[in-house]
Design a protein around this ligand. Structure first.
Ligand code: HEM
Ligand code: HEM
Length: 245
């Protein structure tokens, strides 16, 4: 039986696969065209249309914002499905406030014109992501951090925030320092995105449906990877041990 909770868990992977990944393809394609055109234009005429740089930027801004929002949705699902409001009221409201503040910072980052304000709002957006990511509800896979969907995802989102903050400097800088920094960092981001495709699919495979969860927990508790065992959810076990209670 699929419950509402299980369905909500699909929103983040669905948005990633249906919208963000196609956008990554488009942005990467235009980035190569931009580079080829710039390098060819040095030697003479290029057949590549003049607007590829603008198109890369237009779609790149959608991508940057999209990845940050996607990461926030990825964080919101485990937090809000696990936190108990009645027990943790202050933290629940605090987290809600941080979500709102992070989205607001992202909006202001898009509107900011001066380097100072871009820096301020980029830092605030990034700090929001890190604070939310540090909540105990998030499974960070610290014991296998080098294949962690969380660490890859947050790093990729921070790199997107950095791109959103510095892109005007790419045009201003004649020495191409910002341009080259942008290329190196975003090639890393591209690798991380590929990693997200793999680790995200693996995580989907590992997360049980709600009705399966009590059984799966027992499989881990009883170490069933290494030995034969029969499992019952904890509730059923308790009922069996003390049938009168
Ligand atoms: C997957 C992510 C991305 C990759 C792989 C990427 C890569 C590149 C590459 C290779 C170039 C061409 C540099 C050259 O001329 O040699 C470029 C240019 C540029 N990128 Fe990106 N980028 C990405 C995301 C973004 C994002 C998110 C933004 C903005 C928010 C952005 C803004 C720009 C700008 C403004 C330029 C200069 C375009 C021009 O010369 O007209 N990029 N990028
Ligand atoms: C640009 C791509 C992506 C980014 C930036 C991203 C980011 C995140 C972040 C920050 C989290 C919260 C931390 C965590 O639980 O690991 C998360 C959770 C998750 N993501 Fe992604 N993700 C991306 C793509 C995907 C894809 C393609 C899939 C699946 C096909 C996926 C499936 C999941 C799942 C299953 C969770 C776990 C939710 C939970 O713990 O209950 N993600 N993602």
């Amino acid at each position: 039986m699929v419950e509402l909770k299980d369905f909500l868990g699909l929103i983040h992977p669905f948005l990633a696969v249906a919208f963000i990944f196609p956008l990554i393809g488009l942005v990467s394609y235009f980035s190569l065209q931009t580079r080829q055109r710039r390098l060819a234009a040095k030697e003479g005429k290029s057949k590549i249309p003049a607007n590829v740089g603008t198109e890369h930027l237009r779609l790149g801004r959608w991508l940057g914002n999209g990845v940050v929002l996607l990461a926030l949705i990825g964080l919101a699902y485990p937090i809000y499905t696990k936190i108990v409001w009645a027990e943790d009221t202050f933290r629940a409201w605090f987290i809600t406030l941080i979500f709102a503040a992070t989205i607001a910072s992202l909006v202001f980052l898009n509107k900011a014109r001066t380097p100072l304000w871009r820096g301020v709002f980029a830092t605030l957006t990034g700090a929001g992501l890190v604070i939310l990511g540090s909540q105990p509800e998030i499974f960070r896979r610290g014991f296998e951090w080098y294949v962690s969907h969380y660490y890859y995802g947050i790093t990729a989102a921070l790199l997107m925030i950095f791109s959103l903050a510095i892109f005007p400097d790419i045009y201003k800088d004649r020495s191409n320092r910002w341009r080259n920094t942008h290329i190196v960092l975003n090639c890393v981001a591209l690798l991380l995105f590929v990693g997200q495709g793999f680790t995200g699919a693996r995580d989907l495979l590992e997360i049980p449906l709600s009705w399966q969860q009590p059984y799966i927990e027992q499989l881990y508790i009883n170490n069933c990877q290494t030995q034969d065992c029969t499992v019952q959810p904890a509730d059923a076990q308790n009922a069996e041990e003390s049938p009168n209670s």
